[in-house]
Design a protein around this ligand. Structure first.
Ligand SMILES: [Zn+2]
Length: 308
């Protein structure tokens, strides 16, 4: 009898925890009136976070809501929508994909089913198409078959070259693609009235950014400068909590400059790529994922610098 009671108590605690787990992985952060950051985990994709290991943006207007980035999977998109419903019952009329990374666009199918219009830069859609298969393989490994169930490659139907401006319910949106950054088609979304900047993968805070084969660290710095020129009051980064420009500078811009300067100096001193691990990046060891990414970033920048 005692055992039975214990089991019941255990069940009572376990059931609600498992049901709300994926939802709790996302946190809503108010940035300005009707403007929110939806902050996902800072680590890698897992079956629990459904590929939502990133930060997304939400703007609620009188004529509907605009979502910046649709999440990493169909089920992940549903979790984002669930959280959005806690602040508005307005339909999501528009989804902007700020880049080609999986968590920027693989939730598109879910939101298109809800009637949303999808917008992305031409370069982002090209990049998504080129890497769809790789991204599905990677998500299958990290999130698992159950987690990616329902996810399809759904591309934005409305695309632009370098700038798209629109208004919804009196709120102005300016989307700009100024070059390759973390991915070839990265864009930032500016709200001129609220002075809020959604940066997608152009800005990482709290965690170390990743320079991959789809990135260009030199161009990334220029893209960052073009974004910072708007003097945003609030930054909603692609990874990390909403913050200000100073902390975006510290965690993204300063690191990119430091990384390129350090690897340059390493090459000039005759360093060989096999010893790239000796480049000292401990100045940025406070950033999450430092151990996994610092060496890889240096290696990627080494390869880039060889071709510049
Ligand atoms: Zn990302």
């Amino acid at each position: 009898m005692k055992k039975y009671k214990y089991l019941l108590t255990l069940l009572f605690w376990l059931i609600p925890i498992s049901q709300s787990f994926a939802i709790e992985a996302l946190k809503l952060q108010k940035v300005a009136d009707n403007v929110y950051a939806i902050v996902g985990e800072l680590g890698n994709r897992t079956p629990e976070n459904l590929g939502n290991n990133a930060t997304f943006g939400l703007v609620v207007t009188s004529e509907g809501a605009v979502l910046i980035d649709s999440g990493g999977t169909y089920k992940g998109a549903k979790e984002i929508h669930h959280l959005i419903k806690s602040v508005t019952d307005k339909p999501i009329t528009t989804v902007i994909n700020t880049g080609g990374q999986d968590h920027r666009w693989l939730g598109n199918g879910y939101f298109k089913d809800q009637g949303a219009k999808l917008i992305a830069s031409k370069k982002a859609v090209e990049d998504q198409k080129a890497r769809t298969q790789d991204q599905f393989i990677m998500l299958g490994n990290l999130v698992g078959d159950e987690g990616i169930k329902g996810t399809d490659a759904v591309y934005a139907e409305k695309t632009f070259d370098d700038k798209l401006v629109f208004e919804l319910g009196g709120v102005k949106f300016e989307i700009s693609h100024t070059g390759q950054a973390h991915t070839p088609g990265d864009s930032f979304v500016w709200l001129p009235q609220q002075k809020v900047m959604f940066t997608g993968d152009i800005v990482y805070t709290q965690r170390m950014l990743g320079v991959g084969s789809q990135s260009n660290s030199k161009s990334w710095i220029n893209v960052y400068i073009s974004m910072a020129a708007y003097k945003p009051k609030h930054i909603v980064p692609g990874h990390g909590q909403a913050t200000d420009l100073a902390s975006a500078d510290a965690d993204t811009y300063d690191y990119l400059i430091f990384l390129r300067e350090s690897v340059s100096a390493f090459i000039e001193s005759g360093g060989d790529i096999t010893e790239i691990g000796s480049v000292d990046q401990s100045k940025f060891s406070h950033l999450l994922n430092y151990k996994n990414l610092a060496g890889r970033n240096a290696q990627q920048v080494f390869t880039e610098l060889e071709w510049e």
